[in-house]
Structures are given as structure tokens and as C-alpha cells.
Write a protein of this length. Structure first.
Length: 219
């Protein structure tokens, strides 16, 4: 199948309004430069201390998508999508990357005093995490990058599907991930095939948003 470029760019507010969790994809490959832009958007995301503990495996080959589908409760869209970006966090990333983060920060104008503080506070903060706390921290950091990618893809005219329906050990095996990796979510990217999903709507703001303290409505 020939690669399909996105038709037109949407504004961010249009992309947010129109995005749906895509039920089915047509499988046409994504041009490499489009995929690159989507991935780069994710890498531009903010992260705690700029530690960037995210790692992404981009799956496009038919064989790997088939295996990934089997590790994802047989969800058809994993195989149908043009690309599936498997978003992971590396629990050991901060140990390996602290020097690099500080080096790049100092190059970019990070004050020496801040660098000295961060050199201590990053290990102080992260080295005491239990496994569950580390996974919680990784979920938080990685999902911001994930969301940047999802919205960039939508802006570019692609359709996306976020997925948490997968089995951690099976995805590990298929992708041959290092033990320190934690799989956070899968992002399927491509072009919608058939009718789009229904719009399930959202709870009213009074149900989920408060002003100043719990229980007071935002006016
Ligand atoms: C983190 C996350 C995980 C999800 N996992 C799945 C999944 O495994 N399979 C699926 O069909 N939909 C999945 N969804 C899609 C949601 O069901 C969908 O976003 C929700 O129903 C709202 O619909 P909308 O995105 O079209 O507005 C997931 C969404 C998110 C944000």
C-alpha cells in the first residue's frame, strides 16, 4: 500500500475537538517524515527535572504488529494501524541520564547553582521510590509525551487510538525490552477506516472542576 500523507493541518483546538479514539484503521503506511514529526512532538514534552524517562518503540512491520496485537488482547487496531508507538518509561533512566541532562541544561543556560542542586535532589527524590511509586512517576511523565504525540498526529490530519489494553510481560517479550522498562500505553496512528466512534461526551464541569477548594463551582 502506498503511503498516505495527511491532508491538511488542523488547529490544536480543532484537533482536540474532533479527536476520537479510532475504532479501525486502513493500514496505509505513514511517510517517515510525518512519523518523525509526531515523535519529535513527544520528545518536546516537559518532564520532572527534564529527566525525559520516556522510551518509545515505533512498530510498523506487519510481523511485529501481528505479535503486538497478540500481546494486546487481540485488539485489531494494533495490526491495522500504520504505526503503533509503544510508550515506555525506563525506571533506571535517571541514573544513566542525569549527567547528560545536566550537561545539556548547562549548555542551554541552566544556572550552575541549579545544576548543583539537581545533581543531589534528583537521586534523593527518585532513588527512594518503591517499584509502584516509580511506575506511578513513569506513568505521569510518559503520558505527557504520549499526549503531545497524539495531538500532533491529530493536528497533522491523522487518526489515533490510545490503548492500555495489553499484557505487560507479553509486550516486554515481543519488543525484547530491558527489565527496567515499564510499558505505559500504546498509541496507534493511521487513517480511520469506516465510521468513526460515537462521541461518548464528557461529564459536566460542575462534576469534575472546582474553584479554590473542593466543592466550590468554577464560575
Ligand atoms: C490511557 C487510555 C487507554 C485506553 N485504552 C483503550 C484500549 O485498550 N482499547 C480501546 O478500544 N480503547 C481504549 N481507550 C480509548 C477510550 O475508551 C476512549 O478514549 C474513551 O472512551 C473516550 O472516547 P474518545 O477518545 O473517542 O473521546 C483508551 C484511552 C486512554 C486515554
Amino acid at each position: 500500500m502506498t503511503a498516505k500523507t495527511a491532508k491538511h493541518e488542523k488547529t490544536l483546538s480543532q484537533a482536540i475537538r474532533e479527536r476520537r479514539a479510532t475504532p479501525s484503521f486502513d493500514g496505509a503506511p505513514i511517510p517517515a517524515e510525518d512519523l518523525q514529526r509526531i515523535v519529535e512532538a513527544g520528545l518536546s514534552a516537559p518532564s520532572g527535572y527534564n529527566m525525559q524517562p520516556w522510551r518509545f518503540i515505533v512498530v510498523q512491520s506487519e510481523e511485529q504488529k501481528k505479535r503486538l496485537r497478540a500481546a494486546s488482547y487481540n485488539q485489531g487496531k494494533v495490526e491495522e494501524a500504520s504505526a503503533v508507538i509503544v510508550a515506555c518509561g525506563d525506571a533506571d533512566g535517571w541514573r544513566k541520564d542525569l549527567d547528560l541532562m545536566l550537561y545539556q541544561g548547562l549548555e542551554g543556560g541552566m544556572p550552575e547553582g541549579y545544576a548543583a542542586l539537581a545533581r543531589n535532589s534528583v537521586p534523593n527524590y527518585l532513588s527512594h521510590f518503591s517499584t509502584d511509586e516509580m511506575h506511578g512517576w513513569l506513568n505521569k511523565e510518559v503520558m505527557i509525551a504520549f499526549t503531545h504525540m497524539m495531538l500532533m498526529a491529530e493536528v497533522m490530519g491523522y487518526d489515533t487510538a490510545p490503548m492500555e489494553g495489553f499484557e505487560q510481560p507479553k509486550v516486554h517479550e515481543v519488543l525484547r525490552l530491558p527489565m527496567s522498562y515499564w510499558v505505559v500505553a500504546l498509541l496507534a496512528v493511521g487513517h480511520l477506516n469506516g465510521p468513526d466512534k460515537f462521541d461518548g461526551g464528557r461529564f459536566d464541569m460542575r462534576h469534575t472542576v472546582f474553584a479554590e477548594e473542593f466543592g466550590k463551582p468554577l464560575k
